[in-house]
Design a protein around this ligand. Structure first.
Ligand SMILES: Nc1ncnc2c1ncn2[C@@H]1O[C@H](COP(=O)(O)OP(=O)(O)OP(=O)(O)O)[C@@H](O)[C@H]1O
Ligand SMILES: [Mg+2]
Length: 325
């Protein structure tokens, strides 16, 4: 079957890359977007799974938003309340109704990120709602329903999780109407120049800066275990720190070397300045800063605390308190 104009179907989501793999991915997205089947998006970290989810949602024409649920971030004790919501008076403190994530996704798309992180008990609670779209809010006397398109993403093979006994086989089948596999960057390395130039243009710097051919070939020679996200971080930093309008090979090498030097080494002013630079580059986004350094987010919080980059610097929005982890 030929799908015409796959690019235009997902046009409002930037999807860079003209390699055969990326073209195939676009076709799969266009094809899946026309059906109602749940889609399981598989791929390594930073490869673009959330972007695929956004593209699927945007191409589906659903009028309501994409509700992104990072299942690992929901505490077990709050799972039902977060997912299904509650009615007023359900428990002390329930002073008004809460719709819950499934209700919020009505006429929209529900995207379960890192689905393999669901506990077995949470999987059991979700199964019926996913099968039927029907669920009961905490404290309610009757069921309610929600019409959502279901997408989920995983870094780990659900088949392996099922074999290991940590994932319910029946839920796996419910999630996997269609599987879309997002390749690692190393599998479509020919897209690196196009991606790198795109990220250089996107980098929020005042003047336009161009990546030189030498910088691009340096980027092409790297292994990219953190995939497209890591490429983006390195390009953004190289563009930010390069002094002239031309981002050279040396600018890229410097950023790559700095990102390899662990921030867990002995603290000093240089390290403090470097960490501050990177935090500012990523607008105080600790997740992206951690990805840049290749360490866990908790290590960033700990190091910020040790280096005296503390609560006074906390992000203006999001309310995330460095040092709180
Ligand atoms: N083909 C692409 N074109 C443009 N940007 C891309 C592409 N693929 C990935 N990106 C960008 O790379 C970054 C990482 O992508 P995304 O968050 O979708 O990855 P992910 O697979 O969900 O990662 P994780 O498993 O860590 O959650 C994002 O900034 C995204 O916009
Ligand atoms: Mg993701």
């Amino acid at each position: 079957m030929t799908i015409s104009l796959p690019d235009s179907v997902i046009a409002n989501v930037w999807f860079v890359g003209s390699s055969p793999m990326m073209q195939e991915l676009r076709i799969q997205i266009a094809r899946a977007a026309t059906s109602w089947l749940p889609v399981l998006i598989e791929g390594p970290t930073g490869s673009g799974k959330e972007l695929v989810a956004q593209a699927l949602h945007s191409a589906s024409g659903r009028i309501k938003p994409l509700v992104v649920v990072n299942v690992c971030a929901i505490a077990e004790t709050l799972f039902e309340d977060s997912m299904f919501g509650h009615v007023k008076g359900a428990f002390s403190g329930a002073i008004s109704d809460r719709v819950g994530l499934l209700g919020e996704a009505d006429h929209g798309t529900l995207f379960f990120d890192e689905i393999s992180g669901l506990t077995i008990s949470a999987q059991s609670k979700l199964l019926r709602a996913i099968e039927t779209g029907v669920f009961r809010q905490v404290g309610a006397r009757a069921d309610r329903s929600s019409d959502f398109r279901l997408l989920s993403a995983t870094n780990f093979s659900l088949d392996e999780a099922v074999r290991a006994g940590s994932f319910r086989s029946d839920l796996r089948y419910r999630l996997r109407g269609v599987t879309i596999r997002v390749p690692a960057l190393a599998e479509h390395a020919e897209d690196i120049p196009e991606l790198a130039r795109h990220f250089a243009r996107e980098a929020r710097v005042v003047a336009t800066k161009e990546l030189s051919d030498g910088a691009v070939s340096m980027l092409e020679s790297q292994p990219w275990p953190g995939n497209v996200r890591q490429l983006r971080s390195i390009v953004e930093c190289a563009v930010t720190f390069a002094e002239g309008p031309n981002v050279g090979r040396d600018d890229v090498i410097r950023v790559i070397e700095q990102s390899h030097s662990s921030i867990l080494s002995d603290g000093d002013d240089v390290e403090r300045r470097h960490l501050l630079d990177i935090l500012r580059t990523f607008d105080w986004d600790s997740k992206r800063t951690a990805e840049y350094f290749g360490v866990h987010r908790a290590s960033i919080y700990r190091r910020m605390h040790q280096l005296g980059i503390a609560a006074r610097q906390r992000r203006r929005y999001g309310g995330e308190a460095p040092g709180a982890a």
